[in-house]
Design a binder for this molecule. Sequence first.
Ligand SMILES: CC(C)(COP(=O)(O)OP(=O)(O)OC[C@H]1O[C@@H](n2cnc3c(N)ncnc32)[C@H](O)[C@@H]1OP(=O)(O)O)[C@@H](O)C(=O)NCCC(=O)NCCS
Length: 174
Amino acid sequence: MFGSFCFPRFFVYLSDKKKRMRLRIALASDLPDLQKIYVGTIEEICIQDYNQQQIDVWKSTVENTLRWTAMMNDQLVIVAEKNNKIVGFGTLRDGNYIDFFYIHKNFQRQGIAQNILSQLETHARKSGNFNITSDISITARPFFEKNGFTILKEQKNLRKGIELINYKMEKILQ
Ligand SMILES: CC(C)(COP(=O)(O)OP(=O)(O)OC[C@H]1O[C@@H](n2cnc3c(N)ncnc32)[C@H](O)[C@@H]1OP(=O)(O)O)[C@@H](O)C(=O)NCCC(=O)NCCS
């Protein structure tokens, strides 16, 4: 799997709230858990910013097996675990593009995203990149702004005839 040759398979973090969190590279067998988090977070968290039609179109992309398989094979996929349960994941494509980034609906605001992002940024920097980019949802925008990302443009994406707004964002790596 991408990145496993240059990353230790396990690395431990102690979050701000002093709860033990383990970050590790994803295994192929993690895929069903990642997909559950993806759907659950979209349904329960992103519903604050998107209507039901938009949520339905967005979460239906979990059925795109080719895209998910390519993600697991070609990207750096970092998962966060608490008590041996996966509570979030983030992925890096082509060394500096954040593709997937979702935290379990029951584990929001515990610093999990912060720790995953920090690892993705470290990897992007070590790979010689000067920036990191992503297409960020309305829901995730405040988190990324807090972490030094700026908006390059607002985007209106048409999926199955339904419009979904997101933002092309970038952070210049120091
Ligand atoms: C955005 C998201 C990743 C944040 O994950 P998280 O683990 O809850 O974030 P963290 O706990 O690491 O947040 C760190 C800091 O970022 C800021 N932050 C996070 N979420 C925020 C929000 N919704 N509004 C404002 N600030 C926010 C806060 O400053 C927070 O620190 P605090 O909790 O001490 O105030 C999560 O809410 C999520 O999964 N959202 C849906 C994901 C999504 O839309 N993905 C699409 C691709 S981008």
